[in-house]
Design a protein around this ligand. Structure first.
Ligand SMILES: Cc1cc2nc3c(=O)[nH]c(=O)nc-3n(C[C@H](O)[C@H](O)[C@H](O)COP(=O)(O)OP(=O)(O)OC[C@H]3O[C@@H](n4cnc5c(N)ncnc54)[C@H](O)[C@@H]3O)c2cc1C
Ligand code: SF4
Length: 532
């Protein structure tokens, strides 16, 4: 069997892994670091404009082959497994959580407090924003104070968003341009945003940060070694101590005649495999000494799976906009991030996008008659009076202990390993307030709409939890948590878990900036374990 030795072995190649590998390579330039990623490398930014065109012309998937056919869980938000992870396709929205997220127990008697002070986490938010080159402006709410300015000014508001901001603020809520990890001018080898408006699918200019760029920058000068198309199937322990000695992998591209097996030996192992596969790997790695899985002395691996729920709506208002200017950018209000402790608990963000729903130009009338010449414009003008607006609120809910990832014996990969199954479950307090929360959010949407003689139609509630995390929650007590605030597992001193899986609760806005900030903090502890 092939054996690979390094100082630090990072399992998974998503955004948290990229940030960890980058920072470790700076802090410990002499340490050997290997990143092992199950999926393939897609280092082809130069082709992305073409992929986008083919998607438009032929309906082709612009990210073909970014997943592994037989490595799929149930209850996941995306199938993507490739170098860059889910953030190959992310929108780049980079909101911070707020201090309330870290103090839910002490402020509201709900869920649990995070074992980290806001002031400390805030420093790592600044670092994450610098490294992801976030464009943003300070929030108008004093509670959202920052110790450093954003590294770039905000993305300018389109004419439409300027009109929608005036409209939305008539309600008394304050809005600002959503912070985004997008280059406004060329930076770090990536181009500037040309407002192609396709951020959610493919960014042809590279302006939107994605981790494949960081990996390429680390691999070419040999600052790290990257083994792609290599699935880590199990971690094994030292015979005498509860320290991890190896990660057992399978290489899809091993030499011919080889069974694909590869063993990674390292001083420190870091699981950066995201919200789903991190707990999964720990559960798969059970042995006679740890029959419930590694790092699972508490029995909490795969539990407290979290995220946030959401309610969306479309509204029509009288204020005039022109459909289709910049639909992937949006406004955010953090008005309801803070909840008075003497009021019923409700926390959510409030987002506003322009929408062209039902307002695209068309060549046929509803009866199917071909529209020609001026008829096209007349029809279009008649349908574009006023504005359509898309609204959404991510709201704060908390997981019960039974919000779980388990091994699904009925669904196995080619090696016979059971695949993960995630079933979210809210705690009793979250369930009890669901109706009141939905009513509050619908009230906010109605208040917004009324400001311009508008009305809200089509309200819908998401049927999954977005920006999922959990499964290996952090804490100070080994009986009630899996790892400490740096991600070091309570049970194995040389095994860390970083980012999303370590979060005790899922906040009420996009989570990735928080996952990265936590990971950058972990990086210092992991580097510290490798001497000065
Ligand atoms: C369409 C879309 C849009 C999004 N937009 C936003 C947004 O605008 N803002 C925001 O905050 N968030 C957004 N998100 C969420 C965001 O992408 C994720 O939170 C983030 O990318 C998670 O990064 P990660 O490093 O934790 O995990 P992942 O991206 O899941 O990376 C983990 C990696 O580990 C690999 N891996 C797993 N197990 C193993 C193993 N055993 N061996 C080897 N490799 C393994 C996987 O293949 C994967 O590449 C979006 C997500 C999607 C799908
Ligand atoms: S608007 Fe276009 S160029 Fe700008 S970040 Fe999005 S996809 Fe990239």
């Amino acid at each position: 069997m092939a054996v690979h030795e390094s100082d630090i072995c990072i399992i998974g190649g998503g955004i948290t892994s990229a940030m960890l590998a980058l920072k470790l390579s700076e802090l410990r330039p002499r340490a050997s670091i290997v990143v092992v990623e199950a999926g393939r490398s897609i280092f082809d930014a130069q082709n992305r404009g073409r992929y986008r065109e083919r998607a438009i012309h032929y309906g082709e998937h612009p990210w073909h082959d970014d997943y592994i056919e037989d490595q799929q869980g149930k209850g996941t938000i995306s199938m993507t497994m490739a170098v860059g992870g889910l953030a190959l396709h992310w929108g780049g929205a980079c909101n911070r959580f707020s201090e309330e997220d870290l103090r839910l127990k002490s402020m509201y008697g709900l869920a649990v407090d995070w074992p980290i002070e806001w002031k400390e986490l805030e420093r790592y938010y600044c670092e994450a924003e610098r490294r992801l080159h976030v464009a943003g402006e300070p929030s108008p709410y004093p509670g959202d104070g920052r110790s450093e300015p954003y590294p770039q000014p905000p993305i300018p508001l389109s004419y439409n968003l300027q009109i929608l901001k005036q409209w939305a603020e008539t309600s008394g809520l304050k809005f600002n341009s959503l912070p985004m990890a997008r280059n406004m001018t060329p930076f770090d080898g990536r181009g500037a945003c040309c407002v192609y408006d396709t951020c959610g699918e493919v960014c042809p200019s590279g302006a939107r940060y994605s981790p494949d760029f960081t990996f390429r920058q680390l691999v070419q000068p040999k600052k790290i070694t990257l083994h792609d198309r290599t699935l880590v199937r199990r971690l094994t322990l030292d015979a005498a101590k509860p320290a991890v000695v190896s990660a057992q992998g399978f290489r899809q591209d091993g030499p011919s005649g080889d069974d694909g097996a590869i063993e990674y030996r390292a001083k420190t192992f870091v699981i950066a495999s995201g919200y789903c596969w991190s707990s999964h790997l720990l559960l798969l790695s059970s042995n006679s000494r740890f029959p419930n899985g590694l790092a699972n002395g508490s029995g909490l691996v795969g539990r407290h799976m979290n995220g946030h729920k959401f309610i969306g709506a479309t509204a029509t208002i009288d204020a005039e906009t022109f459909p289709g200017q910049n639909m992937t950018h949006s406004l955010i209000s953090r008005e309801y991030f803070r909840c008075r402790t003497d009021r019923p608990f409700v926390r959510h963000d409030t987002r506003v996008w322009e929408s062209s729903s039902g307002r695209e130009p068309r060549l046929r009338s509803p009866e199917g008659r071909l529209l020609l010449g001026d008829e096209v414009m007349t029809d279009w003008r008649s349908r574009t009076r006023g504005s359509a607006v898309r609204l959404r609120a991510y709201y704060d809910i908390h997981p019960s202990t039974d919000s779980r990832l388990t091994l699904d014996a009925a669904n196995r990969n080619r090696h016979g390993d059971p695949m993960p199954k995630i079933e979210h479950q809210l705690d009793a307090a979250s369930q009890a307030r669901e109706g009141a929360t939905a009513e509050h959010i619908r009230g906010v949407f109605n208040t917004l709409a009324k400001a311009s003689n508008g009305r809200v139609g089509n309200t819908n509630t998401g049927d999954y939890l977005d920006h999922p995390g959990g499964g290996c929650r952090m804490g100070t007590d080994p009986a009630t948590s899996v790892c400490d605030s740096f991600g070091r597992t309570h049970d194995h001193e040389n095994l860390f878990i970083v980012g999303a899986p370590t979060t005790p609760t899922g906040g009420c806005t996009n989570g990735t900036l928080t996952f990265v900030a936590l990971t950058l903090r972990s990086a210092e502890e992991i580097a510290g374990a490798h001497g000065r």
